[in-house]
Design a protein around this ligand. Sequence first.
Ligand SMILES: Cc1cc2nc3c(=O)[nH]c(=O)nc-3n(C[C@H](O)[C@H](O)[C@H](O)COP(=O)(O)OP(=O)(O)OC[C@H]3O[C@@H](n4cnc5c(N)ncnc54)[C@H](O)[C@@H]3O)c2cc1C
Length: 459
Amino acid sequence: MESYDVVVVGAGSAGSYAAYLLAKAGLSVALVEMKSRDRVFKVTGDAIGEHHINRMAIKPPSNVFMIKYEGAELYSPDMSVKYVVLGKGYGLDMGKWARWLIGEAERAGVTVLDNHKVQGPIIENGKVVGVRVLKPDGSIEDLMSKVVLDASGVGAVVRSRLPREWWISEPLLPEDASHAFREIIEVDYDIERPEYIKIYLDANVAPGGYWWLFPKSRNTMNIGLGLWGKLSEELGLNPRHNYEKYLMNSNYTRGRRVIHVGGGIVPTRRPLPSLVGNGVLAAGDAAVTVNPVHGGGIGPALLSAELASKAIIEAFEKGDYSESGLWRYNLEYLRAYGIKQAMLDVFRLMLQTLTNDQLNRGLRARLLTEDEVLEISEKGTLELSLFQKIKVGLRLMRVPDVASKLRLALRYMGEVKALYSEYPSEPRGLPQWYSRLVDLYRRYAGDLGITLKWVSQRF
Ligand SMILES: Cc1cc2nc3c(=O)[nH]c(=O)nc-3n(C[C@H](O)[C@H](O)[C@H](O)COP(=O)(O)OP(=O)(O)OC[C@H]3O[C@@H](n4cnc5c(N)ncnc54)[C@H](O)[C@@H]3O)c2cc1C
């Protein structure tokens, strides 16, 4: 039975980066990955903002980047409006990215156990003390540790198998997820302005989501769509089906030669009630850290890995691996990003109720300018001067139905921000705080005219 200070589950962006940071701090770390290390490859849109890369403690080699972006073009359903939102970023080669991160972790001293499949946590006396692992030879081994970090992606193999009374174990429901499918293809024409990723709002092609075309070079692209999981659940919609129907044989894919095909579930929701339990934390998709509006999750996976690692290192300094000992991760995560994530979750629920007609009219009326779109996506809110408020007010008058939804969302975004700013400084305050959160979302869902399972029944 092997024993480590920390077992990190999953060698994706979150797990490998956290393992690297923990080993650099002098801890003994096992990084457990079910795939073979050369085959770790996340199906994604491959796009990441430059600021996430700049924040990293290690500088990636240039070969993990396939293309540099200058910003995003956002199109209305009828294509009559195009917003250009500036912001630098990269298109990643996900295979090289994964191999580089795993290699860095190993060079820092991490024991990489690939082809090892974690079956779930080992719990003793109310604490996680390790994980049970299926080894490549078919045998089972218990890996013991003071702390387990679940970075196993959306399946969250550790936290989802914890007792339901643990706050960290809250299940991911379809209403809080996007179901996505994409292809990487070569085309036989030159993509226009390949230095801009392209986002298309269209409630037929991608209901409750969007479809995208992210160039990877002048003639290759990552093209796909994500739709609201609630609609998959209730209406049986399927992103692959919509891809084949609307995009696969379209003008955008002329001369299509397939390089890679795949899909996945993207958590697009408010933060978990808690990211920690006794002896356990979660990061990345396992901790639902994705931006709920645009679905970008690689950057937040790195950020949560960084903050989780800090909390773990401090727990080792104090010798306290309990929920209380790890709690600072919750507070730092909310401060750095989680409050914005919660506000964007409120905004995405409003967006998901808009029809194509409303999207067209709202975008045509320029209800939000390019700068305001950027501000909302960066800060999760709009801070307007009196003059700007008057200007926005005039624009709102032109499309009253969309404007009233926007106003509603902005009001609840303010409420959610205030509530998350009062997130309890210790675990015992959580039950009361959480019931206020449920109440807020229940009112919001009622005002928006949608049903949300998580507020009507506690999972
Ligand atoms: C179609 C699609 C498009 C997307 N587009 C973008 C985009 O353009 N930009 C962006 O930023 N984000 C995008 N996202 C989201 C982004 O890909 C994820 O948020 C991010 O990659 C999550 O990283 P992670 O390290 O948390 O999880 P993952 O990358 O999923 O890593 C988890 C790892 O855990 C391993 N694992 C799982 N179970 C076990 C087990 N039982 N035992 C051992 N190992 C296990 C897996 O093999 C995997 O290697 C997209 C997602 C999808 C599905």
